[in-house]
Design a protein. Structure first.
Ligand SMILES: [Zn+2]
Length: 371
């Protein structure tokens, strides 16, 4: 069985024309030549292009997926949000709520439904055994989106929609989401806060975005204590800190929760050259983290791993990070390397800093009562 790779060219047509960094153009704000959003289609299209030129794409099972249906979307989002979004999308685009960092153009509703559809399809095909694991190149991303509010370039909560679809089709009951996008997965957290059967784990830069969520104290609602785990890391964390975080916090938690499938909210914005964060991960960090999750998935959930693409704003670095993940997932020999690793010094971190990070992880270990 091959790794499923779910993408659709139409996802790259979503844009924020008329906006600059999601701020309406006008007054003192000059239009950007690039089209408007930091969440630029090139960061994703270049992933597909790199897979193409190295030949790795030929080793994957490449598929698209149908759009998420209104029924799929309503399992997560309010009818009012869906109606408002559809109506603005049909009449030229804009934002559902002004200044909410989520502009879209005509047809944005359908593109967002397609992005959710890719994740639904990826999760379904892994759960029914068509693919051993899968990667959805979903765009727009989803992990900040709330049931009634778009946020942070996210228009539909892709992973949550896919989980609720799979559950309603009787494909699985217990799910885990590991969110290593550098920003807090506040949308996924909010949607599953009271659900004891969905473990949500977010590793993020402390108080980066949203600035007021993602604290370790948020551990799940009254009937779901322990089913939410926030791991805020200080700015400057890199390769070894992320691997320590997985080994000492995330993997033990997954083993004790015993999900039937692990989903990864896969942002590449902890990259050392990302413009929207201050971390120093390299392509090797993402490939090592993928390796660790694959080992754990083998132990606890029949290898079932489903990646959904989230943020990542370096047009140059994101493709190499994603290629490294897909090389691991598919077990391929084709290695694209990481042309930026030498300038990030991420393999040999300052030992004093490592001690600081190690102490933080030890404190979290005690807090979460992980053996
Ligand atoms: Zn992000």
């Amino acid at each position: 069985m091959k790794t499923g790779f779910f993408y659709d060219e139409r996802c790259f047509w979503h844009s924020g024309t008329g906006y600059a960094f999601a701020i309406p153009v006008g007054d003192l704000v000059q239009p950007l030549a690039s089209g408007g959003l930091p969440e630029d289609p090139e960061t994703k299209r270049r992933v597909k292009n790199l897979l193409n030129v190295t030949g790795l794409l030929n080793e994957l099972e490449v598929k698209s997926g149908p759009l998420a249906t209104r029924e799929d979307l309503e399992r997560v989002h309010t009818a009012k949000y869906l109606d408002d979004f559809k109506s603005i999308s049909d009449s030229g685009g804009g934002e559902v709520v002004p200044f909410s960092t989520t502009p879209f153009t005509q047809g944005g509703y359908e593109t967002a439904s397609l992005s959710s559809g890719l994740v639904i399809h990826a999760l379904t095909d892994v759960l029914i055994g068509k693919n051993k694991n899968a990667y959805a190149l979903s765009r727009p991303p989803g992990h900040h989106c709330l049931p009634d509010k778009a946020m942070g370039f996210c228009l539909f909560a892709n992973i949550a929609i896919a989980i609720k679809n799979a559950r309603s089709n009787g494909l699985a009951k217990k799910f885990a989401v590991v969110d290593w996008d550098v920003h807090h997965g506040n949308g996924t957290e909010a949607i599953f806060m009271d659900d004891p059967d969905v473990l949500t784990i977010s590793i993020h830069q402390d108080r980066c975005f949203p600035p007021d969520t993602g604290n370790i104290e948020e551990q799940g609602g009254r009937d779901a204590r322990g089913a939410n785990m926030n791991i805020p890391l200080p700015a400057g964390s890199g390769h070894l800190t992320y691997l320590e975080t997985l080994n000492r916090l995330v993997l033990p938690k997954l083993r004790s929760f015993q999900p039937e499938v692990i989903l990864v909210a896969c942002g590449f914005d902890a990259s050392g050259v990302d413009p929207l964060s201050r971390m120093i991960c390299s392509a090797k960090t993402y490939s090592e983290m993928t390796k660790l999750l694959m080992k754990t998935a083998k132990e606890i959930c029949k290898d079932r791993l489903v990646f959904a693409h989230e943020g990542g704003y370096s047009e140059v670095h994101v493709p190499f990070c994603a290629h490294a993940v897909l090389q691991e997932l598919s077990g391929s020999e084709i290695d694209a390397g990481d042309p930026l690793a030498p300038i990030m010094d991420c393999q040999q971190p300052n030992t004093e800093m490592l001690e600081v990070y190690s102490n933080i992880i030890s404190r979290y270990k005690d807090f979460f009562q992980i053996e």
